[in-house]
Write a protein that binds this ligand. Structure first.
Ligand code: ATP
Ligand code: MG
Length: 367
């Protein structure tokens, strides 16, 4: 069994049989063992497929029917290292919450959702904004009426936090750094595993279920936005930040993105998919703030844009330049004229003369 004492003891997390204390204490009817076979496409950093040790197990939920379980994306590709970090947190949170930071569209939210989907772990997710107030997470009084009642009555209606805490769900707060530091600090006690006090409901105390987890995502790491790209991001309180483990997520490597495109757009010929990934990687090199950038592009080229590009090109087969036309929709039209020119020049070097002709982007039925 994996020791909670870390990687030196067991260098290969996936090679070990792991279980949480929860499962040992609570019996097996509520939980089930999930094997590596549930994670179909796991890719190593060099692009090779990761093969799970057949003995590997981790804890998941036995109820597969809960509507809160995220929908499984069969094309989703797991980055081995990110998957390992997420699973270690889910199995061993040790009184911390998890903060995933990274540029837009690099796969933060989807990574959590897809791991939860494999573990049948229900998730309640919200996207925060600058008007977020902690009390909104707890709930509010409202008029309710059941079929048997003739008169509506006032009742406390629980919101995401008590629901997740009671039932052992994952609470995912997206764009968490848009919230004000004071409001976010109100989560401190809950992160440490203490009861949630609902003063609004006669001081009710909500005890956390052992499987309750808090995961947040944001484009910053809580220290404010250094890039100037993410309007509205607020610097967070250092004491609150001290309670999170901070996981940096970046755009997947070219090799991993090739694996993603192979799954999501198998009809695009492999050579074109490869060049699309190369183009994505070149765009990131040209992105403002990157060292030694030749051209400066102010819009990040996200994995989301790459997937949308690949997904849409098939509908533009009758276009003279299908690949270029679809790239305009998801990227080029968002750039200034000079940036667009620079991006086009890079595309020309990546795709060759075919970039301005119909060959680039024609999909086929044989992958
Ligand atoms: N590993 C992957 N496999 C398949 N698709 C992926 C993968 N990573 C990202 N994607 C695609 O990119 C899209 C964007 O990912 P996601 O929403 O997780 O990004 P994010 O980092 O949370 O972005 P934001 O900062 O804007 O919230 C996903 O909906 C999915 O289509
Ligand atoms: Mg997100």
């Amino acid at each position: 069994m994996l020791s909670p004492y870390g990687a030196e003891v067991f260098p290969d997390f996936f090679g070990e049989h792991i279980m949480t204390q929860t499962q040992n204490n609570a019996g097996t009817d509520f939980y089930t063992e999930i094997t590596g076979a549930s994670f179909e496409h796991v890719i190593n950093p060099d692009g090779s497929e990761y093969k799970f040790n057949p003995a590997w197990r981790c804890t998941g939920f036995s109820d597969t029917t809960n509507p809160r379980i995220p929908r499984k994306d069969p094309n989703y590709v797991f980055d081995r290292s990110l998957l390992q970090d997420l699973l270690i947190f889910l199995m061993y949170p040790q009184g911390t919450a998890l903060w995933l930071t990274g540029p837009t569209g690099c796969g933060k939210t989807s990574a959590i959702m897809q791991v939860a989907a494999r573990l049948n772990w229900p998730v309640v997710d919200l996207t925060l904004n600058n008007r977020f107030e902690f009390t909104d997470l707890k709930g509010q009084w409202g008029l309710t009426q059941t079929e048997n009642q003739t008169q509506p009555t006032m009742k406390f209606i629980y919101n995401a936090l008590p629901m997740a805490m009671r039932n052992g769900w994952i609470l995912v707060l997206n764009e968490v750094d848009l919230a004000s530091p004071g409001e976010l600090s109100a989560l401190n006690d809950v992160i440490e595993g203490r009861n949630l006090l609902v003063a609004e409901n006669k001081g009710e105390a909500i005890k956390p279920h052992p499987m309750f987890r808090l995961i947040v995502t944001g484009n910053s790491n809580g220290a404010g936005d250094m890039s100037g790209l993410y309007q509205g991001v607020q610097q967070q309180n250092v004491a609150a930040m001290d309670r999170y483990r901070m996981l940096k997520v970046d755009y997947p490597s070219e090799e991993i993105e090739r694996g993603i495109l192979k799954n999501v757009a198998p009809n695009i010929p492999a050579t074109i998919r490869k060049r699309m990934c190369k183009f994505a990687s070149e765009m990131r090199k040209a992105f403002v703030g990157t060292a030694n950038n030749i051209a400066s592009i102010s819009v990040p080229f996200s994995t989301r844009s790459l997937v949308n590009w690949a997904n849409t090109v098939q509908f533009y087969q009758s276009d003279k330049v299908p690949l270029k036309k679809t790239l305009e929709l998801f990227f080029l039209n968002k750039l200034s004229d000079s940036e667009c020119e620079a991006a086009n020049a890079i595309a020309l070097t990546v795709f060759g003369e075919a970039w301005n002709g119909p060959e680039a982007g024609h999909t086929s039925t044989t992958p």
